[in-house]
Ligand binder design. Structure first.
Ligand SMILES: [Ca+2]
Ligand SMILES: [Ca+2]
Length: 439
């Protein structure tokens, strides 16, 4: 049976990959710094560099990305000259919170750099820059946010505070999820000092374990064993308790944090749109993950099987937000129903698009399995989506068993021998009926 379900999973996974469209955009060009044109970095430039105070060079040793071979070495000779910026500005068509994220590594300890935004329109530029202090020469992940209005013209930039040099890699400007990669982060302020507890924002600012039915069925921590990390230096580790079950779930919340949380606010000016979340999960054992993409007050559950020891990208339902009020919150919740199980979680994305353009991953209700058939004492139910009710009727239509919880197994030992019909309803409102034989 296990092999059969694993094959089913592979098939579902494959079809999802073909259909899914990532809509969380990175607005920055050449973000891995891989494309160089005769020594010039495509998409990037130096501003206010009249006397060539700053320079940049192709770097192939001190790189951050696993999948690319280059980073950039940015060197300044004096403060406030030769800003390292994108060649073109980005015009904001959709108001909301934007996140400038980047990996950076000082070549020597105890130095600073400014990073942030030049904000237009031209002729009335303002600047939103943060000073970052490095006490060591480790790679750091930075996030600097900006609440943009429609028509803003923004240019992410680095600005030297002194003669200094830095390796920079894997930059992004995106909406939606400031720390979806579970890396350590900082927030914008007048001065950002990496090792200052008052300015350093750790993972608990974005992610939390949550009780379920007033019970505690798991624990959350930050994982830094690179074998269990999908991107960067960290992932999230969630371990369920020995009494976790479908009615006692471990819960990992991407926090609803009004000041700087991972949740996304549905924009004011947006017309018909749909949302879908995705996240990478790995477990040492074959198990499943329930993904609730909470949109406003509505819960939208899916349940996806994952194989053992393999990073697997799972998707939420596609949620229609046509009638969603502006500023409604959208954020993901993961639930875990298997006891004493470890889950690693990394790289959450929220994708959105016009109605009908995201992959419609309508749940294939025929994939719900019952076994064994014929059944003797126990009938097992295998479903990749939450069930809300199971009913067993005889062939005369009489209701014999009705359950509204504990759907994995049904005790049929008291049933008379013969044929029965089992009807299963899902949280999506779908239902399916199958026949089984009681021995
Ligand atoms: Ca790179
Ligand atoms: Ca990560």
């Amino acid at each position: 049976m296990r092999n059969f379900y694993f094959l089913t999973f592979l098939f579902l996974s494959f079809s999802i990959y073909l259909n899914a469209q990532e809509k969380t955009e990175n607005y920055l060009p050449n973000a891995e710094f891989d494309t160089w044109d005769t020594g010039s970095l495509t998409g990037w430039t130096l501003e206010n560099n009249g006397s060539n105070e700053s320079s940049y060079a192709q770097e192939t040793t001190n790189t951050h990305s696993n999948l690319s071979t280059n980073s950039v070495l940015y060197t300044a000779t004096e403060s406030n000259k030769g800003y390292f910026t994108t060649s073109n500005s980005i015009t904001i068509n959709e108001p909301g919170r934007y996140f400038f994220g980047f990996w950076i590594k000082a070549t020597v300890a105890n130095t600073t750099i400014k990073a942030g935004y030049k904000i237009g329109p031209p002729g009335s530029f303002t600047y939103s820059m943060a000073t970052i202090q490095f006490n060591d020469t480790d790679w750091k992940y930075m996030i600097i946010f900006y609440d943009a209005v429609e028509g803003d013209i923004i240019i992410p930039r680095f600005s030297p505070t002194s003669a200094s040099s830095f390796y920079i890699d894997d930059v992004s400007l995106s909406q939606g999820n400031p720390n979806s990669s579970a890396e350590s982060s900082i927030h914008r302020g007048n001065g950002l000092y990496l090792d200052s507890p008052t300015n350093f924002v750790d993972y608990t600012y974005y992610f939390a374990h949550q009780v379920y039915n007033n019970g505690n069925y798991g624990a959350l921590s930050l994982e830094d064993n690179i074998d269990n990390v999908h991107s960067g230096l960290h992932s999230l580790k969630y371990v369920t308790t020995s009494d976790a079950s479908s009615t006692q779930r471990g819960v990992l919340v991407f926090k609803d944090n009004d000041s700087f949380g991972i949740r996304y606010l549905h924009p004011t000016t947006t017309t018909a749109r749909e949302y879908q979340g995705s996240v990478w999960v790995k477990s040492p054992t074959a198990t499943s993950v329930k993904f609730n993409l909470k949109v406003g007050t509505s819960n939208n559950f899916s349940d996806t099987a994952i194989p053992a020891n393999q990073w697997t990208k799972i998707y939420s339902q596609v949620v229609d937000a046509t009638s969603l009020a502006a500023d409604s919150k959208i954020y993901p919740i993961l639930q875990f129903a298997e006891p004493s199980t470890t889950y690693y979680v990394d790289d959450y994305y929220l994708n959105w698009a016009s109605l009908g353009t995201l992959s419609t991953q309508t749940f294939d209700i025929s994939s719900i399995k019952i076994y064994p058939n014929p059944a003797d004492n126990i009938l097992n139910i295998k479903s990749n989506i939450d069930l809300t009710e199971i009913q067993i009727n005889n062939l005369l239509g009489q209701k014999i068993i009705c359950k509204t919880d504990n759907f994995e197994t049904i005790n049929v030992s008291n049933l008379s021998k013969g044929m029965y019909i089992i009807t299963m309803k899902t949280i999506n409102g779908q239902s399916t009926s199958k026949r089984f034989l009681k021995k």
